[in-house]
Design a protein around this ligand. Sequence first.
Ligand code: BGC
Length: 348
Amino acid sequence: MSVNKRLYGKLPDGSEVFAYTLDNGNGLCAEIINYGGIVTKLIAKDKYGNDRDVVLGRDSLEEYLRNDGYIGAAIGRHANRIANGEFELSGTKYKVGINENGNSLHGGVEGFDKKLWYVTELTDENAVVLTYTSKDGEEGFPGKLVTAMKYSVMEDNTFRIEYRAVCDRETVCNLTNHSYFNLNGFDSGSIGTHILQINSEFYTPNSADGMPTGEVLSVAGTPFDFRAPKPIGQDIDADFEQIRMFGGYDHNFAISGRGFRLAAIAKAPESGIVMQTYTDQPGMQLYTANALPEGVIKEGTEAHIHDAFCLETQVFPNAMAHSHYPSPILGKGRTYRHITEYRFSVAE
Ligand code: BGC
């Protein structure tokens, strides 16, 4: 086990950005930078015993500075969408940063993915803790929110992210990670043959701008039925309005059950790499990289549409507008807690 630190680059204001490598010595190694809390590499062993880096990434800090697509990044203070950037909290109306079709996406114009985080190394635990204090009124959100994310690479080949946040006023909080996975390796093309199973009976359909309509619909008989394992590509081009509108999956699934539980199992037949996602969150956005920006290049290889999938564990998008959705409200002085684990293994 080890935590290594190296200079990764400098921000335009001269601040140094570091890369931290967490290696469990047992087949899993993550590289994280403290700009955006970005997971730049996640290296797992395939069924042949070879290393594969299973996340998309970029080649330098300069390329991460305008990280269209939020590649690998930490997302906050409010992951996913808020319609018109508006919500009401205890009788007060708030207007937060608008950055997509008149709506707020992933924390607004300058979300947590574009912040420099302070790092504490926990060598004994093969972990780093990244902290960031979001000022009262930042991107229009109420209250000073102190956020900590602990990234650990555990002995059993689990990559774990534990989020905590506390605010001095009532606010909304929804944190996630936006890693783009390809379990055959970042440079291996379409994820269509990956076999995915999601522990979900219901999904939330969207209007054309990606905003949930408020409906919660059964997955049965639709392309959203991943209750039994199936190739991600099987229905990715289906003649089904919710798929056609987005050119694939870009939807929130209600994860069955409560508490910390299995949300999804993804398996790449070629590499044999299996990733189980566990979370305590009520929802998970499956995003099949339907609009990957140009220039997502790692080690010289450019990634294209459908070359990766994201499993963004979260509260449901735009939940402040739908009282039947689990709430993203964080009370004054209360602690937001969220644990998501990505557990790696191999299958034949
Ligand atoms: C959203 C997509 C968006 C992507 C990258 C996802 O979480 O749901 O609509 O394109 O993030 O920005």
